[in-house]
Design a protein. Structure first.
Length: 276
């Protein structure tokens, strides 16, 4: 009976999830990054019982948390991990380089997007110079890395106008995937490149000698859509990104930007939460 009682107690220990390294990051590291104190001081605060995660006292090390979902309180005050972070939506027009500065003097994002806080921001991902549409900018390295990491397969949707009338056979070929030779395969006859895939493709309409397609990707090969469509004989005339994950381009004209709404940020963050 005693053994069963101890086992039951162990199985219901609320701190067990925070002893699992796969949960994410060390608690003291997240606290230090949030500006609470030095990492060593944060460790002392944890061991003295001052820190709670999701209402549970964490007084041991190492302790692991997921900063995108877990709530940290110190002396019953919530730690706002995002207090100094900014998240912007930008409608990139054609002809703008997707960098914050350009040594060649070409128009770039840094010439247009300057946050009132003066915070140094950077684009999450990229669009080539001749493409337009949705681009997200932030100073949050953690979220940027999550959104661009291949394991999360964050979808990106594009409206693509191509030359010529695309038929069903070509759509099927694109859906199956096209082999693209990247830089490391160009001079190696033994390698034929890697298959570039499309999550979804929809023929929206034909218009004279043009076709409008809606294409969704979960990978980001260099100029992938343009290269794939050129191979099947339908060069891109216009490419506009409309969605990144759950966030849609809306309320902006080319060249304009705005802060993400709370709803947009929460949806974006939720899309890359680690599966437990």
């Amino acid at each position: 009976m005693g053994w069963n009682t101890n086992q039951e107690k162990s199985n219901h220990d609320p701190t067990l999830p925070f002893r699992d390294a796969s949960r994410g990051q060390r608690l003291q590291r997240v606290m230090a990054a949030g500006g609470i104190a030095s990492r060593r001081k944060c460790e002392e605060m944890i061991e003295s019982g001052e820190v709670k995660v999701n209402g549970i006292c964490i007084d041991f090390l190492p302790a692991w948390i997921d900063p995108t979902t877990d709530r940290i309180t110190i002396a019953d005050r919530k730690l706002n991990l995002h207090a100094d972070n900014v998240y912007l939506m930008y409608y990139k027009p054609r002809g703008v380089v997707c960098t914050m500065a350009d040594p060649e003097g070409r128009p770039c994002i840094g010439d247009i997007v300057v946050h009132p806080s003066g915070t140094r921001i950077f684009p999450i991902g990229r669009l080539d110079m001749e493409s337009q549409g949705l681009l997200l900018l932030t100073n949050d390295n953690m979220l940027a890395n999550e959104l661009t990491h291949p394991k999360h397969k964050v979808s990106k949707t594009y409206e693509v106008t191509v030359r010529g009338k695309v038929n069903e056979e070509t759509l099927a070929k694109l859906q199956k995937g096209i082999f693209l030779a990247d830089a490391y395969t160009k001079h190696d006859d033994k390698k034929k490149g890697q298959r570039a895939t499309i999550k979804d493709i929809e023929l929206v309409r034909h218009d004279r000698d043009r076709t409008l397609l809606k294409i969704t990707l979960t990978e980001g090969r260099n100029r992938q859509i343009r290269r794939m469509l050129a191979i099947v004989g339908h060069p891109v005339k216009r490419l506009r990104r409309t969605h990144i994950g759950p966030v849609a381009l809306k309320g902006l004209r080319p060249g304009q930007w705005r802060d993400l709404t709370i709803q947009e940020f929460n949806a974006l963050e939720h899309s890359v939460r680690r599966k437990k």
